[in-house]
Ligand binder design. Structure first.
Ligand code: ADP
Ligand code: MG
Length: 456
């Protein structure tokens, strides 16, 4: 086939995939994937690293096969080639680009912004999509949309500071003459107090009223600080009337900010309110991969998966774990493996974050239910009953524990990770087709969860 024709068919394949999955997932996993070679039977795709390949294999294998069948008119065997050198990495602009943009060139003094916070390195997921889109749109028409003020709220560590600073940085990049100011609620208050102490209240007022875009982070700090609230109330009104953009963040919905004046709460609610929810597994994996890439940290896919499964609520914690892992491995000159990872998580976050259901519990349970000896399940036997029970164990272990594919395969007769993926897929599709089987597996999950709560 001519190159051009191949490219057309591949573009078709990508459009098919794009129509079937969320934009975020598409951008993370498919944007930038190129074809290496195609022949009568197979197609070889270039991916940036092994994580990427394993993720595609475990999550999107069927979708990729379907898409190829539709666009190429026949099934092809899909192979992957991982690019190793910097030179070929040019082929994958998204990754290359994000690496460059993440290198922190510094801090922009007049605005207080740190340009390490950008939309480019803010991974989009279901939980933050809306807030992110709102943040981008206010920089397109600052002060002139209904999104004034824009208020973003979430529990800690989910990206509020990153997001409003990214909005500020984007604004400055678009138009350097726009006066952007990022400030935390606490700093605002300290500024205010010191202006009173030094008899410079009028300088304070003049300075703040001269701003075109005010990014005020962690407004919950104003709770109970009457004078600061009063001061801010007038500033808010002034900026608002001049159609200057205001972006605020808080740690909860403004309605719940007890100790804040009603008139402020009502103003906070007069524009757009966007919350950020905790990231789902796929987003967490993408964030870890992105971070590892930027810091030059080499992590096995199983480790990425383990961390993403262990830490669900706070991205800051997830990132600090990576920093700690990197420090330990550099200082002690050891590889980052699962046991190092587990001990760091345990040490920092407590036992409870590390899986509560064990492989052994699952093995015992299924062995009893199916009346098959454990030895047979962890052995090589391939009779139908044994194989089915083993597949169910793989599926349950994957669902209920943080064990990696490799580890699960090792526990069950030294099978490799692709066998585990395949088995899990088989169980999943059988659950879809066979309601009785579905009920059976679901009841196992319920039982096993009870075990873990009882601490058995
Ligand atoms: P918050 O202000 O809500 O407490 P931060 O904005 O400080 O949270 O985020 C905590 C850390 O997590 C920061 O290092 C930030 O860069 C990172 N982070 C948060 N959300 C994302 C995301 N979607 N993609 C990449 N990094 C993120
Ligand atoms: Mg913050």
């Amino acid at each position: 086939m001519a190159d051009k024709e191949v490219q057309n068919l591949w573009n078709k394949t990508l459009s098919y995939i794009r129509s079937k999955i969320e934009d975020t997932a598409f951008q993370t996993w498919f944007d930038g994937i190129k074809i290496n070679t195609v022949d009568e039977e197979s197609i070889t795709l270039i991916v940036p690293n092994r994580f990427h390949y394993e993720w595609l294999e475990s999550k999107y294998r069927n979708l990729i096969n379907d898409a190829i069948k539709v666009s190429f008119g026949k099934s092809l065997i899909v192979n992957y080639s991982v690019i190793l050198t910097e030179k070929t990495a040019d082929n994958i602009p998204k990754f290359k680009e994000s690496v460059q943009k993440a290198i922190p060139p510094g801090y922009h003094r007049p605005s207080n912004l740190n340009d390490r916070y950008t939309f480019e390195n803010f991974i989009e997921g279901k939980g933050n999509q809306f807030a992110r889109a709102a943040g981008i749109s206010v920089t397109d028409k600052p002060g002139q949309t209904f999104f004034n003020p824009l208020l973003i709220y979430s529990s800690p560590g989910l990206g509020k500071t990153h997001l409003i600073q990214a909005a500020g940085n984007r604004m400055i990049r678009k138009n350097r003459s726009v006066k952007v100011l990022y400030i935390t609620g606490e700093k605002f208050m300290l500024d205010f107090i010191s202006s009173i102490q030094n008899n410079k209240s009028s300088d304070f007022t003049k300075f703040y009223r001269n701003i075109d875009m005010l990014l005020l982070d962690d407004v919950q700090f104003f709770v109970g600080k009457e004078q600061t609230q009063e001061q801010f109330f007038h500033l808010f009104n002034d900026l608002y009337q001049k159609e200057k953009q205001i972006i605020l963040t808080t740690d909860r919905h403004p309605r719940k900010l007890v100790g804040l004046q009603e008139r402020l709460i009502s103003r906070f609610q007069s524009g757009l309110i966007a919350d950020i929810q905790a990231p789902d597994l796929e987003t967490r994996i993408a964030i870890i991969m992105n971070e590892a890439k930027h810091t030059g940290l080499e992590l096995d896919y199983s480790i990425v998966e383990f961390i993403a499964n262990s830490i669900s609520g706070d991205i800051r914690v997830m990132k600090s774990l990576l920093v700690r892992l990197q420090a330990l491995s550099t200082l002690k000159n050891i590889d980052i493996d699962l046991s190092l990872c587990r001990s760091v998580i345990r040490e920092n976050l407590g036992e409870s974050t590390v899986q509560s259901i064990t492989f052994l519990q699952i093995l015992n349970y299924v062995s009893k239910k199916h009346e098959i000896k454990k030895r047979q399940l962890t052995g090589k036997g391939r009779s139908h009953n044994i194989a089915t029970a083993r597949q169910i164990i793989m599926f349950l272990t994957r669902k209920l524990t943080n064990l990696s594919l490799k580890h699960i395969g090792k526990e069950l007769g030294g099978r490799d990770h692709s066998t585990v993926i395949h088995s899990c897929n088989l169980v999943e599709s059988k659950m879809k087709e066979d309601p009785a089987f579905n009920r059976q597996v679901e009841s196992y999950v319920v039982d096993l969860n009870k075990f873990s709560n009882l601490g058995e």
